[in-house]
Design a protein around this ligand. Structure first.
Ligand SMILES: [Zn+2]
Length: 362
């Protein structure tokens, strides 16, 4: 839908903008992509894609990805400090860079498990100062993932944070059921299959609790989702779970809107396009892609290496002469750029699939 979101200004968006955006994109069965970044090279390729294809992107940082942003050689003792500082610095960079690229960005932190809640607490502490200086929050939204705990505990803690976030216009993403596979040190590879499929009644329970605080939340309800890419047939996705939950909410609360809930699709990598399209029809507004983007980034570099092998194994000497310098080939700017260009090319296809190109016109 051309220029649908042109009224939205470039820069990092505040959490209370999200409901307006999601309301509009759901009407036209559009979804936004959320990409995990770990450094400015990945951030820049995402911002460049958004600029070229005139769309809004969701940039997110995991706990470990934030740590990597500032220090990839951490020792376990300093990892926590690095994660806090890494996400603050990454956010500050994106606030400035998104204005430079002239694109609106939803800035998000990914899965925060119970053991790491102090990460979010520290971000909120820092955010308090940031908010009083700049009148806006560092992040648009945070995800609290207590899917490995009881539904009651999950919602008690989630509601506590949703309430805390509301002072700073920050939205909350929660997880119900569990996302399978392994990501970022959280290993759900061996959990029971039953946990991979959320009971729609649990979604109603969560909605009922959260809506009493406010409506700035998204729900990552699992329907067989798995992080990573596996052998076809290993993962059976059942997006109808989302449809059933939407129907229950509509009936229980007499809501006319086709899809009142905002759903998140975790583990989008390696998923059949038709399943993604089907889930968007049932109210998925945010599709998380991580593994596939990592692969495309690497593939760009691998192809560059394969095509220039004889210029990349020694500092001097290539098919043009024994002492010919290879500096122009191994300069990190050259090969990092190959990864970036391959990501941008891939994102063009993904934006087509999500129907999110040309949402803005500046
Ligand atoms: Zn996830």
């Amino acid at each position: 839908m051309k220029n649908l979101l042109s009224y939205i200004k470039p820069g990092v968006l505040s959490g209370n903008m999200l409901n307006k955006i999601f309301y509009l994109i759901k009407k036209y069965n559009i979804a936004l992509i959320a990409i995990n970044c770990v450094d400015t090279n990945t951030i820049n390729s995402i911002l460049e894609s958004a600029r070229i294809y005139k769309t809004i992107v969701i940039i997110q940082f995991s706990y470990s990805g934030s740590c990597f942003f500032i220090n990839s050689n951490f020792n376990e003792l300093s990892k926590h400090k690095c994660s806090i500082m890494g996400s603050i610095l990454a956010a500050k960079y994106i606030h400035e860079a998104s204005l430079f690229y002239q694109v609106p960005v939803i800035l998000h932190t990914d899965h925060c498990v119970k053991e790491n809640l102090d990460w979010i607490d520290n971000l909120l502490k820092y955010n308090k100062e940031y908010y009083s200086s700049f009148g806006k929050s560092l992040f648009t939204s945070h995800m609290i993932d207590l899917s490995n705990h009881s539904l009651k505990e999950n919602l008690d803690i989630s509601c506590y944070y949703l309430n805390k976030f509301s002072k700073f216009n920050i939205s909350l993403e929660i997880e119900l059921g569990c996302t399978g596979g392994e990501e970022d040190g959280v290993d759900n590879s061996n959990i029971s299959i039953r946990k991979l499929y959320t009971n729609p009644k649990d979604i109603v329970f969560a909605y009922n609790k959260l809506i009493k605080v406010n409506n700035n939340f998204l729900i990552a309800a699992s329907f067989g989702n798995t992080h990573g890419v596996y052998k076809p047939g290993n993962v059976v996705l059942c997006p109808k779970i989302l449809l059933n939950a939407q129907k229950l909410i509509k009936n229980n609360y007499s809501i006319k809107q086709v899809n009142p809930l905002n759903f998140v699709f975790h583990g989008g990598s390696g998923t059949n396009f038709n399943i993604i399209r089907e889930s968007i029809e049932y109210g998925v507004v945010k599709i998380n892609l991580d593994t596939d983007i990592q692969w495309k980034y690497w593939l760009g570099i691998l192809n560059y290496y394969t095509n220039n092998k004889y210029y990349l194994n020694t500092q001097l000497g290539n098919p043009k002469g024994d002492y010919n310098p290879n500096k122009k080939f191994y300069d990190s700017r050259v090969w990092i750029n190959k990864g970036q260009l391959n990501v941008i090319k891939y994102l063009s296809k993904i934006f087509d699939m999500l129907k999110c190109k040309n949402l803005i016109n500046y």
